[in-house]
Design a protein around this ligand. Structure first.
Ligand code: THU
Length: 161
């Protein structure tokens, strides 16, 4: 029997101010984008902004529904928009931010399981890692070099061959 360990390196910053100017601006835009989310049920507003390799940016925010499972996370709204507006153009970085119903936005949130699976497929399809900047308006920031690091033992098209 062998035991194996899964781990990965990511960057931790004490606050948005510690980021470089480009990353700080992208995270700020993600925070501002959370204000245009449609979240009347959870009151949890999430914004995501992608910087593409062609220099363009695309935004996404969570879109809820009275039939709760119909709601879509900001990350998947963003990926669908990016794929529709700039098909075939890889994503360099996605910043994800949020605020909750009391306006708090002081720690990183990370994509849910379905969004991780979607991010992995996007990376594979375009053959380019997607870097993630996760953080609120204040507090610690995480920078993950590649989305697929968040999903060990992933199921992909390879597994069906
Ligand atoms: N949500 C996102 O949009 N992204 C995440 O990373 C986590 C959760 C949304 C889904 C739902 O509209 C609300 O946040 C509460 O779960």
């Amino acid at each position: 029997m062998n035991q194996e360990q899964y781990s990965f390196l990511f960057e931790v910053y004490d606050s948005p101010d510690a980021l470089n100017a480009d990353d700080r601006a992208l995270l700020q835009q993600a925070y501002e984008t959370s204000a245009i989310s449609y979240a009347p049920y959870s009151h949890f507003h999430v914004g995501a902004v992608a910087k593409l390799t062609n220099g363009k940016t695309i935004v996404g925010s969570n879109q809820e529904n009275a039939s709760y499972p119909v709601g879509i996370c900001a990350e998947r709204v963003l990926l669908s928009a990016a794929s529709s507006v700039y098909p075939g153009v890889p994503i360099e970085t996605i910043a994800i931010s949020y605020y909750n119903e009391s306006g708090k936005s002081d720690r990183p949130i990370s994509p849910c399981g379905i969004c991780r699976q979607t991010l992995v497929e996007y990376e594979r399809r375009l053959g380019h890692p997607i870097r993630l900047i996760l953080g609120g308006r204040e507090g610690k920031i995480y920078v993950i070099p590649q989305s697929s690091l968040l999903l060990p033992f992933q199921f992909t098209d390879e597994d069906m061959k």
